[in-house]
Design a protein around this ligand. Structure first.
Ligand SMILES: *Cc1c(COP(=O)(O)O)cnc(C)c1O
Length: 414
């Protein structure tokens, strides 16, 4: 079902015209569809229904409390990468017992916070982190459940900035060193080994790399079992790609079938950490055309959203479809959709044929993941409002920042 679609020439989020949202809350504005989020989560959960599993939404894709709460109500788990994200999950009503904690740089404070909350497990990414976690857990009289994140040295064939499973990447424990580290983990106080996992990258559009990575983890799990170390879960990570333009990513059901087949008869729980695939298609960024600027070489539509609101085009040269909020019949021109920020890299889209006039609204599509969560205040721009649509209702999930918010923690010399 299309959660963002035209009705009578007006682009809607579910049953609400985007123009009405822009009129009420201003622009730029992120708009999320509850039905899209719910549908995507259920598709993930349902695809693995035949196998013991837990879908742990990767919070960094979109960490708005309303988004987290919608998923928490469905029984979702969460994959976090900071103490801040843990606090968000708990504030949103998420279950700490379904939280896995990833990331290469967990501080001792973050470890204590997560131990106190009682998270499901730490995805440990280095020998040094394992030692620190053991010390921290033992010191507070707790046991940390640990899953080692293995770097399987698999090419995910995605953008180099979001490939994480190659041995030259900073992530995970080298596959060759994993067995020795598990043996050490078994002896450490404060550590209980519960699993193994990997996360090889993001926006991956083929099944092959996932299956290859899982194969390496299973090889390791089998070797551990032979030594009497039986893992309770395997974490396949996130990374399933979505369609921004003309990509044809695997269907969730096919991805799930391939993983479950890979597991064979091993009685091991499967953890999944999808972020983009849950949140990406569930959101759009609505922005207004400030100026049309025709040039000798290119034509620019200057809009009120910029790279600080949606960084993906500037950072990864990413493609987002741009749709007019009201379908216009006039002649089309090729526009670069750019923001007001003082960087040539400040573009949201380039070379798009659209019939635009000053004051028009456009929607930057498929912006629900790594949009608002990567936004900044560069150029002292307050961050956008976020709205969740639920059927015919709209809910302001985050107020637009004010310039006063931006300066609130600063002070000048006496
Ligand atoms: C970012 C991340 C994810 C989510 O990746 P997506 O591509 O958004 O699915 C999952 N696990 C870990 C460890 C991550 O860092």
């Amino acid at each position: 079902m299309a959660h963002f679609a035209y009705r009578n020439g007006e682009l809607h989020a579910e049953d609400v015209p985007l123009a009405r949202i822009a009129g009420r809350y201003g622009t730029p504005c992120y708009v999320y569809s509850r039905a899209a989020l719910t549908g995507a989560w259920r598709a993930w959960d349902g695809a693995f229904a035949g196998h013991d599993h837990l879908v742990c939404y990767a919070v960094k894709a979109n960490s708005n409390l309303a988004v987290l709460n919608i998923l928490a109500r469905l029984g979702s788990g969460f994959d976090i990468v900071s103490g801040g994200e843990l606090a968000r999950v708990l504030a949103a009503g998420g279950d700490a017992g379904r939280v896995v904690f990833s990331g290469v740089g967990k501080s001792a404070d973050e470890m204590r916070q997560a131990l106190a909350a009682g998270i499901l497990c730490f995805n440990v990414e280095s020998a040094a982190e394992l030692s620190r976690l053991s010390r921290v857990a033992a010191a507070c009289g707790r046991t940390a459940a640990v899953s080692l994140r293995i770097n399987p040295d698999i090419d995910a064939r995605t953008h180099p900035y979001i490939a994480t499973g190659l041995k030259q990447n900073k992530f995970g424990i080298a596959w060759e060193e994993a067995l020795a580290l598990y043996r050490r983990a078994r002896e450490l106080p404060g550590i209980a080994v519960t699993g193994a996992g990997c996360h090889i990258g993001s926006q991956i559009t083929e099944i092959g790399p996932f299956v290859a990575a899982l194969g390496r983890i299973l090889e390791l799990a089998d070797a551990l079992r032979a030594e009497g170390m039986v893992l309770g879960h395997i974490d396949a990570g996130g990374g399933l790609g979505i369609r921004y333009r003309d990509e044809s990513p695997p269907r969730i059901a096919d991805y799930a079938a391939a993983l479950v087949e890979g597991l064979g008869k091993r009685p091991v729980r499967l953890l999944l950490e999808p972020g983009r695939s849950l949140a990406g298609p569930a959101g759009v960024l609505v922005t207004r055309v400030e100026y049309l600027k025709r040039g000798a070489a290119r034509n620019f539509a200057v809009v009120d959203a910029a790279m600080n609101d949606l960084m993906r085009p500037a950072l990864y040269d990413a493609f987002h479809e741009v749709l007019p909020v009201a379908r216009a019949a006039g002649p089309q021109t090729e526009w670069d959709i750019v923001g007001p920020v003082c960087e040539t890299g400040d573009f949201l889209a380039r070379g798009r044929s659209l019939a635009l006039a000053e004051g028009d609204l456009v929607a930057i599509m498929t912006a629900g993941a790594y949009g608002m969560s990567m936004s900044s205040n560069y150029n002292s721009r307050p961050r956008a409002a976020e709205v969740v649509v639920d059927g015919g209702a709209m809910h302001l999930a985050r107020e637009r920042e004010t310039v006063a918010d931006l300066m609130a923690r600063e002070s000048i010399l006496p």
